[in-house]
Design a protein around this ligand. Structure first.
Ligand code: A3P
Length: 300
């Protein structure tokens, strides 16, 4: 197995580089018109990033091909932001994580776990827009399991049985799925948060993409929306080198073990959970999510 040693911040496991840069990340200065994409890992981060950029670029796919998605929507948790020379992208300052002022700031991305504790405070202080995407816990677990198998920057997940315990105990990078989803759900009426579900985007992409467009204050034609639906489909994004992580070195992500664009479906958990695991999970879910009334779609 891989010898990756995760570190902790306030009880949440994180990648060592994130923790080493924690004070810099916390002092990130958001601007009032920043849009922050927030997700638990494997909830559809890349998907919503591409949707937001396609909307930003008025459906011009060529413009979205200017750089890989991780550089077009940098993670604020990154120790070192991408250089303009790597991306052809001029909004990102080379020193620190500050964005240069721009009339058209790129969306940022974060997987900060317990939001009130872990997100840089300036996002709250500036009353920024947040776009949160939630995905049902079982599919998230399955996706994260395969991701940890192929991602050499994350610990080996062990067997599926072992990972089941690891995940429900929140011993994964960015902590407990339950805390993450509950935290953002509680905040959604107090801040400018558009709370979306992976399963809804899958079922009716045009409807959800239109919501995102309105949230971003844009107004695009139906034909443009149709094009965005097409270009952000799983099939297209799996083939697209700017979204499928094919440019990432095999020593970091080994896609011969599992593809980054793996299945992109709702309900793959049924191919992984045993009946006993499923019952145990439902029991734990009820306890952990008590008082939080969110209805997740578990199959389409
Ligand atoms: P699976 O492993 O279930 O296939 P993230 O970007 O947050 O790391 O999430 C990755 C998950 O989102 C993967 O799930 C991936 O296949 C899925 N995904 C990425 N793009 C998608 C798309 N256009 N449509 C549906 N699912 C997508």
């Amino acid at each position: 197995g891989k010898q990756i040693k995760l570190k902790e911040v306030e009880g949440t496991l994180l990648q060592p580089a994130t923790v080493d840069n924690w004070s810099q990340i916390q002092s990130f200065e958001a601007k009032p018109d920043d849009l922050l994409i927030c997700t638990y890992p494997k909830a559809g981060t890349t998907w919503i990033q591409e949707i937001v950029d396609m909307i930003e670029q008025n459906g011009d796919l060529e413009k979205c091909q200017r750089a890989i998605i991780q550089h077009r929507h940098p993670f604020i948790e990154w120790a070192r932001p991408p250089q303009p020379s790597e991306t052809g992208f001029h909004h990102v300052a080379q020193v620190g994580l500050k964005l240069l002022s721009s009339s058209n700031p790129p969306a940022l991305t974060s997987q900060s776990a317990k939001i009130t504790d872990l997100l840089p405070p300036s996002f709250w202080e500036n009353n920024c827009k947040f776009l949160y995407v939630a995905r049902n816990a079982k599919d998230c677990m399955v996706s994260y399991y395969h991701f940890q198998r192929m991602n050499h920057m994350l610990p080996d997940p062990g067997t599926w049985e072992e990972y089941f315990e690891t995940f429900i105990n929140g011993k994964v990078v960015w902590g407990s799925w339950f805390d993450h989803v509950k935290g953002w759900w509680k905040m959604k009426d107090r801040y400018h948060i558009l709370f979306l579900f992976y399963e809804d985007i899958k079922r009716d992409p045009k409807h959800e993409i239109r919501k995102v467009m309105q949230f971003m204050g844009k107004n695009l034609d139906e034909t443009v929306l149709d094009k965005i639906v097409q270009e952000t489909s799983f099939e297209k994004m799996k083939e697209n080198p700017m979204t499928n992580r094919s440019t990432v070195s095999k020593s970091i992500m080994d896609q011969s073990i599992s593809s980054f664009m793996r299945k992109g479906t709702v309900g793959d958990w049924k191919n992984h959970f045993t009946v006993a695991q499923n019952e145990r999970f439902d029991e734990i879910y009820r306890k952990k999510m008590e008082g939080t009334f969110i209805n997740f779609c578990m199959e389409l």
